[in-house]
Write a protein that binds this ligand. Structure first.
Ligand code: GTP
Ligand code: ZN
Length: 355
């Protein structure tokens, strides 16, 4: 399969970046990263590439500098048939997973996403708290979140359920569709207009693959053959970046399924603009919305304008984000300490070269 860079979702700022690289280098979009290699879609089809030494050095410093699905990569083709990723275009947006255990630096799951479609089946009944968590994460990424309620053919009151979801999703569109009957698919299709990149978030069984197949009009999400190592061997791997025949790109990586929040809390504020606005009206700047006098949040809970369920969901996500922020601070402090130790060792060597 080959496609123009346009069809792979190229935007103008990335096009500017790519036009500034030396002519012997080849641009492409990362479709998948596995086994220390990337599958990169170029205008001449997919290739497998390893990392250049410059990229490896950058990754040693910052793991987020490594390629991820959706990145725009600049490739070098070597005389011995190796292909290396030399550099990556600056990411317009990034979906970052907070690491659970291990390093507290987040892992980039997908880059350069325009729209995040939070796919939720209408059966079983949508889990609003889970949708709120996905929304906070989506806002954090810089991409536009949209909730796609699917399997509408299985319920009689899809619109009423959609209204409930919309109340929990201020600022995000809520679409209703069915991959089975095709109902409402035009509005989902419209998300891909202008060769946009849409990433799918959603639990297993939500209906993501069925949705992609319905949009494509063919069974795309089955198995795919790609050239693994340039020697003609073919392996079947699940696609992660899918170029749709009618235009647009879908990113569906397994990592996007059960992800935690990053620490800044900005996404959370964007997902809960109602509570953010209320908290600004509290008498005390550091109000914990507990027993403080003049608390606008508690007042809204008492008069019923803020649903208790929504407040509890926000509190839980807030705690999670605060936990991530604390851990991140600890990591930064540990790094600063290491850096200081290195510097003082170098200093001692300079002062006393025999040491
Ligand atoms: N009736 C109905 N069933 C659907 C619809 N969309 C998906 N399904 C069914 O729901 C089940 C899960 O759908 P998938 O598309 O595999 O869900 P998924 O989100 O890709 O799941 P994972 O690959 O596990 O993440 C399958 O049995 C589908 O046939 C729909 O619009 N209507
Ligand atoms: Zn308060």
């Amino acid at each position: 399969m080959s496609a123009t860079l346009q069809a792979l979702g190229l935007d103008s700022s990335t096009a500017d970046y790519l036009s500034s690289v030396p002519a012997e280098l080849v641009p492409g979009r990362v479709a998948r990263v596995d086994k220390g290699m990337a599958t990169v879609l170029t205008e001449d089809g997919p290739v497998r590439a390893t990392w250049s030494s410059a990229l490896l050095a950058a990754m040693a410093h910052d793991p987020q500098a490594g390629p991820c699905t959706g990145d725009w990569a600049v490739l070098r083709y070597w005389p011995d048939d190796r292909i290396t990723v030399e550099s990556l275009a600056p990411r317009r947006t990034a979906i970052v997973r907070a690491e659970v255990g291990g390093s507290s630096r987040g892992q980039v799951l997908a880059a350069n996403v325009d729209v995040i479609a939070i796919v939720v089946g209408l059966v079983p009944e949508p889990n609003i708290v889970r949708i709120e968590r996905f929304l906070a994460l989506a806002w954090e990424s810089g991409a536009r979140p949209v909730v796609v309620l699917t399997k509408s053919d299985l319920v009689g009151d899809a619109d009423a359920l959609a209204e409930d979801v919309a109340r929990a999703a201020p600022g995000a569109d809520v679409l209703v569709c069915s991959a089975a009957t095709g109902q409402g698919l035009e509005s989902v299709q419209a998300l891909l207009d202008g060769d946009a990149t849409v990433a799918l978030l959603g639990s297993s069984g939500a209906g993501k693959s069925s949705l992609v197949n319905a949009l494509a009009g063919v069974e795309l999400l089955d198995v795919q053959d790609i050239r693994e190592d340039g020697k003609g061997r073919h392996t079947s791997v699940r696609r992660e970046l899918i170029v749709l025949p009618n235009g647009g790109v879908v990113i569906d990586t397994p990592g996007l399924r059960g992800i935690g929040l990053q620490e800044s809390g900005e996404g959370l504020a964007a997902a809960f603009p109602d509570i953010t606005a209320l908290a600004e009206q509290c008498k005390f700047k550091d109000c914990a919305h507990d027993t403080e006098p003049g608390c606008a949040v508690r007042a809204a809970l008492e008069d019923g304008t803020l649903p208790i369920r929504r407040f509890e969901s926000w509190t839980k996500l807030q705690r999670e984000a605060a936990f991530m922020a604390r851990r991140n601070n600890l990591r930064l402090r540990a790094e600063a300490k290491k850096q200081w130790a290195r510097q003082s060792k170098a200093y001692r060597r300079d002062v006393n070269p025999r040491q």
